[in-house]
Every structure is written in C-alpha cells, then in structure tokens.
Design a protein around this ligand. Structure first.
Ligand code: HT7
Ligand code: ZN
Length: 872
C-alpha cells in the first residue's frame, strides 16, 4: 500500500482560487463541468505537470483558457489526471466529467439515497465528483449551479447563499449557490431531491438574520422540531461561550438515510444521518434526543473550528475534531448536567479510546503516517483529541484558555493550520512552554500513573508520589514522560476539602506531573487526609493508587468532586470484579465486598434527587472495563459471569429498596426529553435491571409489564433490552410485538436489531445470521449494518465465542461488504481492536479469522489497512 507521511508534506504547487461547478443531474450519467481558476503557488515548486486527484470518473473533456487539451497533453489514470506543461501564470482549467450516482455504493462523492442526490466529500470524496487538488490546504470560493428535473428534484441545494434560480425547459430547473468563504473541497456539498422542509430563523448577536432549514423525507417533518431547536441553542451558545457568530444568510441541515458516519459539517449545508435528526416522543429515546442535540451542536461548531479555520493536511485532523468534540462536550455540560456528562464521556473514552490505545490499532492523536485516511476517524483523534484540549485548559486556566482561543480565531481565520500553530496561540498568551505538552499529540498509548501516599503524623505532612509510564505501542517502543495535569484534593474526616499548602505557601490543586516520578509534600495536616486524585478526570490516564477500599468507600460517600465520588464507587466495584474473575477461573472462593452495595443504596434512596447522577453511580463497571483492568489473558465468559454475580448479590441485598425506588420513579405526565426527566427514567431502568438481574419470573414480569404499558420509546426500548438479557418466552413475544408495531420504521427496527445482536445468549449468532436475511436488514444501508453486525461485534461474550464463530462471522461479513462499501466494512473490523489481549484459545481463533481475511483477493485499501495493522 501507498503510505502518506506527515514528514513528506509539501505545499501544493498550484492553488485554486475559484471553482465554478455546473452539475447536471442524471441518475446514472450526471455531467459535471468544473471551471477552475488556477495559479502557481508562490510557496510551491516550479513543476512540469499539474496532477489532479480523481476516482471513478469518466473524463469527457479538458481545456485550458478555452482551448481543448489534446490527448497527448493529458494522462488519465484511475487515480489522477496529469496535465503536462501547464502555464506558469494564472489560467482557467475547464474539466467535464461524467459520474454515475446510482452505482455509487461507497457513499463517498455524489450518490443517491432514497431517490435524493447527496454528497459526502470528507476526506477524499470530492475527487469522485471532478478532478481536483483534493487536499484541505487548497481553499477556493465556490459557485455551484445545480440542474435537475423539477419533479424528482424540486429541492436543489449547495453551500453558501442562494444566488439565482430558474427554469431551463424540458421540465428541468436550476439553482445557483455562491459561498463567499474560501473552503477546502472536503466541505463541498450538494443535495437534490424531493424533500420536506421545516423552517425557522435566528438573529445573530450582531443582527444577521439567518434562515434555518431542516430538510427531511416527506412525512417526517414532525420529527425535525428538536433538531431545529438544537440548532438555535447551538448558535446562541457559540456566541456566548466562544464569541463565534454564524456567517451566511442560511444554515441548512439535510437528513439522509444512507450515510457512512454520523453527520458532516459542509459549509452552510450540514448533511446528517437521519438517525441524528429525526425524533418524536413516539419514536425516539432519551439517548436519541441527547445524541441529536450533541451532533447538531458538533457539526454547527465546526463552522469555526474546521471550516473558517481548517486543517493543513489530514494529519492535523484532531485540530478540528478534537477541538470540536471538546466544544460540543462543553455545550452539553452547560445545557444538561456537567458531572453526568463528564462521567458519560469518560465511560465512552475508556470503552472506545483506551481500548484502541491498548491494542494493535493504537496511534497518536496526530498520526505520523497513514495508508487510508478514512481509518483515522478514530476515538483517539476525536475523544483523546478533546481530552488534550481539556488538559491544556486545566494547565493554563480558563482565562488564558479563552485568550488563546480568541487569538487562534483572530490570527488564523481563513487559513489551513497545523497543531503547532494552534498550540502557539496558547503558548503566547500564557507565556508557557508547550514542548513537552506536544508529546500528547506525538505519543500513542494511555499513560499509567501509579500513586503512593504517605502520612507523617509527627511532621503533619502528606506526600503524594506519582510515577508515570507511557506503554510501548506499534512503531513507538520507547516513550518520554508526558506533562500530566493531576488535579488533587485532600479530604478531612468531615468530608471537606482541606487547604493545600506546599513549602509554606497555599497551592493550586493542579499538580503538573512532568517527570517519570513527581513527589509533592503537603503540610499542615493534623490527621491523615484521604487523597482525591485526578479530579474531574483531569488527564486521560490509568490510575492505580495505594488507596484502600476503605478510602475509596469514604470518597464514594464524601468527595466534593462529583466525578471522583462516582469514580471511587467504580474503583471498588472494579477491584472486586477482577478478584471475582480470578476466583472463577481458579475455582477459588468468591471475594465478597458487601459495602459496594452502599453506594448503590444511596443512588436508590428516596432523598436522592439527582437521578441522572444516581443512575451513573448505580451502574457497575462494564465488561469491557473489567477486561481492560485485567489487561491480558482475558476470558470474556468469566468476566460476564463475575459481573452478573455481583449484580445479583447487590440486587439481593437491596431488593426492597430497589423495588421501592422502581415504584417511586414511575413516569407520570406527558413525555419530555429534558435532562431531568431522562435522568429519572435512567435510574428507573437501572432499578429494573437489578430487579431482573437473576432472570427470575418476578423481575422478568416487571420488565414485560413496563414494555406492555410503556408510554414512551425510552421505557419500551429499555424494557426490551432488559427482557433480551434472558432467554425467557416473554422476550420473543415482546420482540414480535415490537416488530408488529414498528416494522415500517427502519430507525426503530435498528434498535430492535441492535438489542438482539447484543444479547449475551448462546443463540445470538444464529439469530444475527437469520436477521441478515430478514426484511429489516439491508447491507446497502450503513445504519442497518452497524445496528446488527456492528452491535454483534461489540457483544463481549458472543463475538468472543470460544469456538471462534463470532470472529469468523464478522470478518466474513466485512469481506462481503468490502466491494460495496469499504469504509463501513473496515469499521466493522474495529471489533478486533483488542484481540491480542484475549486468552490463548480465543486469541488463536481471532487471529485465524484475520489471517483468512487478509488472504482474500481484492481487499480495499480500507479493509486491507485495518487487517494489516491488526495483525501487526
Ligand atoms: N467531519 C466529519 C467526519 C467524516 C465523515 C462524515 C460522514 C461520512 C464520511 C466521513 N468521513 C469523515 C464528521 C464530523 O466529525 O463532524
Ligand atoms: Zn467533527
């Protein structure tokens, strides 16, 4: 494979200043005329040829300044168009290509989804529309004329502001869009179809009147209200929190049913997977509403972090993605509950990014090389990228952070930038040196921090010694110590924070761990305090500390930092789960820790009013959490059994309290997706999960009753999920009833597919195979594929069946899908990211499946790259 390296970056030899596109739509033969004003780049080289990127294009003609180029001046290959001896002055290149949107099953470039035309150009899709310098540092002003039949495509959209519309006869019409903001080709978009629209307005802080439009399939307009509301709230928040205003006369969101990822931030014309737009109380769960709000916000925030300031090259992807995830997380924290959002984000980071970082697919937040850029839209670039920004803020403080962001926006508006340019803004405003901090961008792997503490009663001092280690990762055998912000608190017996004094001076709670070992001695402590370490998860590290279970139980009850209050309970539970797994595997005695139930009891207590937080406290560490804590020789069945046993033990000891909570938390009144109501439902379902933990008739009956009597989709789905954990007849009856009610709604049937694919039951694989043949599945739709096969790949016990059939199924499904949609096929293989940590039997079976796949002929660059790296 061809490897692209950061070290080889060179500015483009040519720049494109304006792009005039004329797109004449036809289902199988769309004609694209691109008029490009090109000039040599003063920062580039003088070269003998202009090389344009292309893919799956039919070249019709090419001309320079109106003069047709003869065949001997052109070299056309599947991947590029080379024009020999281009002028060494500004010139106009006109290229006519023909493309087939119906045959485009990759969903990159221009394709048809449910009869509507749509585009996806990030990262390298524009080259599937026309030959181009398809790289993010070539910024151009686009004018796009779209022409299509009025009956099939009454709606014709592109980026920017609408400049002109008109009729062209033959039942065809056109629209011209002009986007005054120079942009890279990956932000180009075009949508055309017969779509319904919901409209509203927003007036920006400086008085710009912006038309807001959400386009959806006809008949779905009533499901667009929440997305529209989220757009307005995102716009206001970005003005208030970051001083960023919207900059066009119209902002549009289009929901499409065939989409490779979640959504895309094309300038002024965001295209969304319909699952992240459509919601109504009858069809959406609390989780759906939260996702819609967060993803609408994320894509909108890209308008400044990504669009106005973009990436110089794809190695800088975290410049826009890490920063925009950080911004959307802040938005949700301000909109909902900050501690709960932090806990959810950390759960997600650990599940997805820590897992990636610990295996063969580990890579730095800013990779050094790639074979296929599509495979680097990862939790490391996104979620760890956001953690790096958060650490920056913790280290320099909120005022300097804000000043650095303002400087970044002022200095780099309209540019394609690097991480170095971004970080330089913070160095400048804070006067700090960020050389060591840059290691967060260069070094892969999750640092582990080991903390030992010592109280000296005679000296009244408390010493914290922290030793960090960044593990080796593929291609990076040795690492240097990173700068790790450790926010600490010392808690006295009354549960209050004690003053922090070092060297006779009051000190900050932020300790910067910059060496392999850092030691800090706090003074003036009359009694041994309990240390609260990495408050609010101040760095993405794995902590192991010499705190006892007693200490953690104390923190779980008393820590003023809500994140660490939650974390402390998790830590005790995790320790116990690891010990249970060891006992199960050696037939040893079960290690009981009855006090774990205390934190759960508090969560279900009548006085607890923060239900969303309580639901987090009540949820045990996941099977993945336990697997990562164990690290190697992982036996997923033992982990599942241990977790089930602990859940059962807690349920048995708190049966009455939990039953009372379940009754108390019953829904009354009409459904509302607000955070408090969603929190109450989350805690109620958690109670149900405990009550049905043993699969006994009583608990299952409760779940069945909730399913039958549900007045909203959250309850219905949660009840179905609880039922699906147990092979009871009620489970199949409920699944059938759900299909009978919602069989015509694909987004709801995705939930139905996912629930069945996630069941920890031995018949799950057979069922999944059968479902691939059902009318609810469609391998051409990424949402269906992810809901069934993707969810199966995330099923800890059934993907990891000891006989290896789970591995073979996912690998074979990815191979079968590869010819059709390589990007989605490659993502399915993410299921293998921790295969090396498995016990030897499963490890061998997983390796077999990967090796068999690696030998399949004609693998795409996407799948080939993942398989090669996974086998490492
Ligand atoms: N910037 C986008 C990432 C993206 C994408 C989206 C849809 C289809 C293919 C894609 N390739 C890359 C989405 C985001 O992070 O906001
Ligand atoms: Zn993004």
């Amino acid at each position: 494979p061809q490897i692209v390296r950061l070290a080889d970056y060179r500015p483009s030899d040519f720049l494109i200043e304006t792009v005039d596109l004329d797109v004449n739509l036809h289902p199988t033969a769309t004609r694209v005329t691109a008029r490009l004003s090109i000039r040599p780049n003063p920062d580039g080289r003088e070269v003998a040829a202009l090389v344009l990127d292309g893919e799956d294009l039919n070249l019709v003609s090419a001309a320079i300044d109106g003069g047709a180029l003869e065949a001997d001046a052109l070299d056309v290959s599947p991947e590029r168009l080379t024009i020999a001896n281009p002028p060494r002055r500004p010139f106009e290149l006109t290229i006519v290509t023909e493309i087939d949107p119906t045959a485009n099953t990759r969903l990159m470039g221009l394709y048809r989804s449910n009869g509507a035309y749509t585009t996806q150009c990030e990262a390298e899709g524009f080259r599937r529309i026309t030959y181009f310098l398809d790289r993010p540092d070539v910024l151009a002003v686009y004018t796009t004329r779209v022409e299509g039949p009025k009956d099939e495509t009454p709606v014709l959209l592109s980026n920017g502001n609408l400049a002109e519309t008109g009729e062209v006869g033959d039942g065809r019409h056109f629209a011209v869009w002009h986007d005054p903001h120079p942009k890279p080709s990956y932000l180009f978009a075009l949508v055309a179809g017969d779509l319904g629209v919901v409209e509203d307005r927003f007036v920006t802080a400086s008085g710009r009147d912006v038309a807001l439009k959400v386009f959806v399939e006809h008949g779905r307009e009533d499901r667009a209200a929440y997305a529209m509301d989220a757009i307005k709230r995102s716009m206001r928040w970005d003005e208030e929190a970051f001083g960023r205003e919207y900059d066009l006369d119209v902002f549009m969101v289009v929901a499409v049913s065939h989409f490779n990822m979640g959504a895309m931030e094309n300038k002024g014309l965001n295209v969304f997977n319909d699952k992240y737009v459509l919601a109504s109380p009858e069809t959406a769960t609390d989780g759906d509403y939260a996702n819609i709000e967060a993803i609408i916000a994320h894509e909108y925030f890209h308008n400044w972090t990504g669009n106005r300031i973009t990436c110089r090259d794809w190695f800088q992807l975290c410049l826009k993605e890490g920063l925009t995830v950080f911004r959307d997380q802040e938005f949700t924290s301000d909109t909902r509950s900050r501690p709960v959002k932090r806990i959810q984000d950390v759960r997600n980071l650990r599940a997805a990014q820590f897992a990636e970082d610990s295996g063969p697919l580990a890579h730095p937040v800013r990779p050094q090389a790639y074979a296929e850029i599509n495979n680097f839209y990862t939790p490391t670039v996104y979620e760890k990228g956001a953690e790096v920004i958060r650490m920056l803020k913790v280290l320099i403080g909120p005022e300097a952070f804000k000043a650095g962001m303002d400087l970044y926006f002022d200095r780099h508006d309209g540019q394609a930038c690097t991480i170095e340019q971004f970080i330089a803004c913070f160095a400048e405003v804070s006067g700090r040196d960020f050389d060591q901090f840059m290691l967060w961008y260069h070094q892969a792997g999750t640092p582990s921090v080991e903390v030992s503490t010592a109280y000296d009663a005679a000296e009244k001092t408390f010493t914290i010694e922290a030793t960090q280690r960044v593990p080796p990762t593929p291609g990076q055998p040795t690492k240097a110590p990173a700068v790790i912000p450790m926010v600490v608190g010392l808690i006295g017996p009354d549960g209050r924070d004690l003053p922090l004094v070092v060297g006779g001076q009051p000190t900050d709670a932020v300790l910067a761990l910059t060496s392999a070992t850092t030691r800090v001695t706090f003074e003036g402590l009359k009694q041994r305090p309990v240390a609260s370490l990495f408050r609010n998860f101040s760095a993405p590290v794995k902590l192991s500390a010499d705190l006892t279970d007693d200490d953690y139980l104390f923190l779980a009850a008393n820590d003023p930092d809500p994140f660490n209050r939650w974390q402390a309970g998790q830590t005790v539970a995790l320790r116990n789960l690891v010990a249970r797994v060891a006992a199960l595997r050696t037939a040893g005695a079960t290690p009981e820790e009855p006090r774990i139930a205390d934190a759960v009891r508090r969560a279900f207590a009548p006085g607890e009013t923060d239900h969303a937080f309580a639901a987090q406290v009540a949820a045990l560490p996941s099977e993945g959490d336990v697997a990562r804590e164990i690290g190697d020789d992982v036996d997923p069945d033992a982990i599942h059994a241990a977790r089930r046993a602990l859940k059962g033990a807690i349920a048995a000891s708190l049966a009455d309290e939990i039953a009372a909570a379940y009754a108390r938390l019953e829904d009354t009144g009409p459904y509302s997706p607000d955070a408090a109501s969603a929190g109450r439902r989350a805690l109620k379902v958690s109670a149900l999960d405990y009550l049905a933990a043993d699969g006994g008739a009583e608990g299952v009956a409760l779940a069945k009753a909730l399913f039958d009597g549900a007045t909203n989709m959250t309850d219905r789905i949660m009840a179905l999920q609880v039922l699906s954990l147990h092979a009871a007849p009620d489970r199949d009856a409920a699944l059938d009833a759900f299909a009978a009610s919602y069989g015509s709604d694909p987004l709801l049937m995705d939930k139905w597919l996912l629930i069945q694919a996630s069941a920890p039951l031995p018949d799950t694989l057979d069922r999944v195979r059968e479902l691939t043949r059902s009318r609810y599945f469609d391998s051409g739709n990424p949402n269906r594929v992810r809901s069934l096969v993707g969810a199966f790949g995330a099923n800890p016990t059934q993907f990891n069946r000891a006989d290896g059939a789970g591995y073979a199924f996912v690998a074979e499904t990815a191979r079968a899908l590869d010819g059709r949609n390589p990007q989605v096929a490659a993502r399915l293989l993410g299921a293998f990211k921790t295969w090396r940590a498995l016990e030897p039997g499963r490890r061998a079976k997983a390796e077999d499946a990967l090796r068999t796949l690696s030998r399949a002929p004609g693998l795409s660059a996407d799948v080939g790259d993942i398989v090669r790296r996974a086998l490492g």
